[in-house]
Design a protein around this ligand. Structure first.
Ligand SMILES: [Zn+2]
Length: 152
């Protein structure tokens, strides 16, 4: 048995010709040419089906999209954790009896992350803009002092 590299006579792509001298049978093993797609999941060359096929097998397709989904889900849940922690802190520091004023230091000490919020709301009369984490909002009313409100 010997291996010899040459061009495939039908598709003119590089091929390896395996010559079985015992039974005198020629087997053409096609090398992955530049145009051959590889499976997005297992990286194996796709030998069957349409030329734009992305997966070698339905199982690979499922596994690929499941992995993609769980990666995306992980990113989303990381953000959710920060948002929920922010809300918990605002809820804890929300004290109507103290006019809901909170110092920036207290927020930061509790682990508040100013980089994450869900939305903004502007009050109807005074046009004050509050930054919200779900149902709790805040805005700076003085240097390092924030007013916390609960959405009514
Ligand atoms: Zn595959």
């Amino acid at each position: 048995m010997g291996l010899r590299r040459e061009w495939c006579v039908t598709c003119v792509s590089p091929a390896v010709t395996r010559v079985n001298t015992d039974k005198d049978i020629l087997l053409y093993l096609y090398m992955p040419a530049a145009t051959t797609n590889t499976c997005l999941f297992c990286q194996q060359p796709i030998t069957k089906g349409r030329s734009d096929k992305k997966f070698c097998h339905a199982g690979c397709k499922d596994a690929y999209y499941n992995a993609l989904k769980s990666e995306e889900q992980q990113e989303i849940s990381n953000i959710d954790l920060v948002l929920k922690r922010n809300r918990r802190i605002l809820k804890k520091l929300f004290r109507p009896e103290r006019e809901n004023l909170v110092h920036k230091e207290a927020l930061l000490r509790a682990g508040f992350d100013f980089g994450f919020h869900t939305h903004f709301l502007v009050t109807r009369y005074k046009r004050n803009q509050y930054c919200f984490c779900y149902d709790f909002g805040y805005r700076e009313v003085g240097p390092g002092t924030y007013k916390v409100i609960k959405r009514f």
